[in-house]
Write a protein that binds this ligand. Structure first.
Ligand SMILES: NCc1cc(CSc2ccccc2)c2nc(N)[nH]c(=O)c2c1
Ligand SMILES: [Zn+2]
Length: 378
């Protein structure tokens, strides 16, 4: 166990269990005030304090350990002070597992129209009521302390792709200054603040960003600014440059990356934590994830297919319902149809990360990766 202690009392300690030969893959245990969780791990996204279409009980049943929420959305509605008055996010949404919140920077740039970035922070218009809003490291950290997540993220700028070298350099240096301001504003013990590595698609900027943030000594590190439209080989190249510079005894969280082929490659480089809206988002348009790729249940081909989505899947949908039934519900715009495809997709990704962990523990991760990629990308 290599528990770590930041400048405050031990926060999210991370113990590396097993390192897999010939790759950076590792299986670890992440300690938080709401429990100890296994990595590699997939974290379902619950942007507005709910993982769309599923209940906390169902999330627990399918093995979810840590779920994500968005400071940007909760800050605008219902307000983070209100959530604090309700007893914090765990109480508000009745979730007793781990919670991680993003700092809001990314959502400002991806959602808020008419935004302006200065050294101080980001001004933007709310996508809800068009009101003028402002987020800074101090405001974002205060909001996350109000929400009470176990792991919170420093305020950063996700550099768009493509970006000029000069812009990427200035933005990355500012994100490092914002990380320092986030650290100074973070006064809630028992809550881990992760920094976020940026640097665009420039190897040298990625290395500078990682080294600067490591010297500021955070309990864990997000890797941001990837899966923003760049070719996958470029993303893998940035991981190869960045991950080895991060402390082995601290968790690495690749932000907003989530197709299974990307997950297995990122685990190979030593990533421990993942999130993505993809499984819940594609579920809502009737697409199920399987180890051979995507299955569009809504297609007419499945009208009389009385088999489950995946015969080998242990999820509630596959154990009890057929493709024909789920297709019928989706065609009839029945909410239960979306719930079943969402339950299946979340279970698929949670089970997939469990299988990767098992493969690492049994030192057969590289053959697991080969077999999976051969079948999935078929
Ligand atoms: N892959 C793109 C991506 C996604 C997210 C969002 S991850 C997320 C989404 C919902 C809830 C919690 C975290 C990011 N967040 C931050 N702060 N910085 C990034 O560079 C970045 C890049
Ligand atoms: Zn299933």
């Amino acid at each position: 166990t290599c528990a770590f202690a930041g400048q405050k009392k031990v926060l999210a300690a991370y113990e590396e269990a097993v390192k897999c030969g010939y790759s950076g893959a590792r299986a670890g245990r992440l300690h938080t005030p709401h429990g100890v969780f296994d990595t590699p791990m997939f974290m379902p996204v619950g942007t507005q304090a709910t993982v769309k279409a599923v209940s906390p009980r169902e999330l627990k049943e399918m093995g979810a350990q840590i779920i994500l929420s968005n400071t940007y959305h909760l800050y605008l509605r219902p307000g983070t002070e209100l959530v604090a008055e309700a007893g914090g996010l765990h109480r508000f949404m009745d979730w007793d597992g781990g919670i991680l919140t993003d700092s809001g920077g990314f959502q400002v740039f991806s959602l808020g129209p008419l935004r302006k970035i200065t050294e101080e922070g980001a001004a933007f218009r709310s996508h809800i009521d068009g009101s003028t809003q402002f987020l800074s490291p101090e405001i974002a950290i205060k909001a996350q302390m109000n929400l009470g997540a176990d792991i919170i993220m420093a305020f950063d700028e996700c550099i768009p792709y493509p970006a000029e070298y000069q812009y990427a350099k200035l933005s990355t240096e500012r994100t490092t200054r914002w990380a320092e301001r986030s650290q100074k504003a973070h006064t809630r013990s028992g809550q881990a603040l992760f920094a976020i590595v940026q640097g665009g698609m420039y190897q040298d900027l990625r290395r500078v960003s990682a080294n600067d943030l490591v010297s500021l000594d955070f309990p864990g590190y997000g890797i941001g600014g990837l899966s923003v439209g760049e070719p996958k080989p470029v993303m893998y190249e940035m991981l190869e440059q960045t991950v080895p510079l991060l402390p082995e005894n601290k968790p690495r969280y690749l932000m907003g990356v989530g197709t299974p082929d990307c997950l297995v490659e990122a685990v190979r480089y030593g990533i421990d934590m993942f999130d993505c809206v993809f499984p819940t988002r594609v579920a809502r348009n009737g697409t199920a994830m399987t180890k051979s790729g995507r299955l569009v249940v809504k297609n007419a081909a499945y009208a009389k297919d009385f088999l489950p989505i995946d015969e080998n899947c242990g999820c509630y949908a596959c154990q009890n319902f057929s493709r024909a039934y789920i297709r019928h519900l989706l065609k009839a715009d029945e909410i239960f149809g979306l719930r079943l495809t969402t339950i299946h997709n979340l279970y698929f990704l949670l089970d997939f990360t469990k299988k990767m962990r098992q493969a690492i523990l049994e030192d057969r991760f590289l053959s697991f990766r080969e077999e999976f990629l051969a079948q999935y990308c078929k």
